[in-house]
Ligand binder design. Structure first.
Ligand code: CP
Length: 329
């Protein structure tokens, strides 16, 4: 089992059910600090290097927010062009340099495997904030925590639930990581709702099947959204060979309040990793759902801060000291 302290968090493959439950237990203890009902200085003097070589709003800002909420400081670089990678520096050299400045690293990069490559040269814990189409482990953890909390409202558990994963399941790294985490649970029914050409990769389907879960592969939303959790995704146009290819799919699978009323269950929970593409030609999750109580997208965002606080506390070995460093609010 992952011992956490001093370790990198690069893939959900490192996590078993005990690890997940440990992260969730620490995340829940972080709630009063995230809500600013309590304040801690447990990471005072520590520095997070927040290295984002691909666009991000939530993951970048929430990693920084999580570190600040634990009392630490944050140094950032955004975009390859504003870093020495643009001058040909290797990920290994960058990692050796950053290790001299920081106590922890959060990193996003457009290439699959790049964050692991960086971690090989890094002497402080590295947390993967998304490596190309490969993985987004902290998003999967926050999604799973959200699913647990949302189902709890209706007296349900993750074991035995029905989840519909919708949209770009080929390039959407969040659904890859989430599916793998769900392999640690029992009797989950998966509806993989994707247009032809964007279905879930075989390796993920095999993992889900080997975990004993039931899978339906379907290419239309109608009749396939009556699930406990409906997890919509954006067409990941930046990962397609061309914009023309991506345009064939944008706007194909849209969920609006009328689609929700016609095809979801009365209390289906609607999730999306965000950003949702609000441009008219895409609009996969319509603004007319914003007042729907079962739209959990902004609760996902709040849970993301808790998960990232928990991972920093665990990898830096301070998870049992947070309350000892409380200061007056
Ligand atoms: N969900 C997510 O990864 O969002 P950002 O791209 O804004 O970080």
């Amino acid at each position: 089992m992952l011992s956490f302290q001093g370790e990198h968090i690069l893939s959900v493959n490192q996590l078993d059910r005990d690890c997940i439950e440990r992260i969730f237990a620490v995340a829940k203890k972080m709630e009063p600090y995230a809500k600013k009902q309590k304040q801690t200085t447990v990471l005072e003097g520590a520095i997070l290097a927040n290295l984002f070589f691909e666009p991000s709003t939530r993951t970048r800002v929430s990693f920084g927010t999580a570190f600040n909420l634990l009392g630490g400081g944050v140094r950032e670089t955004t975009g390859i062009q504003s870093s020495a990678l643009a001058k040909g520096e290797s990920l290994y050299d960058t990692a050796r340099v950053i290790s001299a400045y920081a106590d922890a690293v959060a990193m996003r990069h457009p290439d699959a495997g790049s964050v692991s490559e960086f971690a090989d040269g890094c002497t402080v814990p590295v947390i993967n904030g998304g490596d190309g189409p490969n993985e987004h482990p902290t998003q999967a953890l926050l999604d799973l925590l959200t699913i647990e909390r949302e189902l709890h409202r209706f007296g349900q558990n993750i074991d035995g639930m029905h989840i519909a994963l919708v949209g770009d399941l080929k390039y959407g790294r969040t659904v890859h990581s989430l599916s793998k985490l769900l392999c640690h649970y029992k009797n989950v029914k998966f509806s993989m709702v994707a247009p032809d050409g964007l279905q879930m990769p075989t390796s993920i389907l095999d993992a889900v099947e080997n975990a004993g879960h039931k899978i339906e592969l379907v290419n239309k939303m109608e009749g396939n959204l009556a699930a406990d959790i409906v997890y919509q995704t954006r067409i990941q146009e930046e990962r397609f060979p061309s914009q023309e290819e991506a345009n064939k799919y944008r706007g194909g699978f849209r969920i609006s309040q009328s689609i929700y009323s016609a095809h979801c269950k009365p209390n289906s929970v609607l999730m999306h990793p965000l950003p949702r593409d609000s441009r008219l030609e895409a609009n996969e999750l319509d603004n007319d759902l914003n007042s729907n109580d079962n739209l959990a997208i902004f609760r996902q965002v709040q849970n993301g801060v808790l998960i990232r606080m928990a991972l920093f506390a665990l990898t830096l070995g301070v998870e049992n000291k947070v309350d000892k460093y409380e200061v007056d609010v």
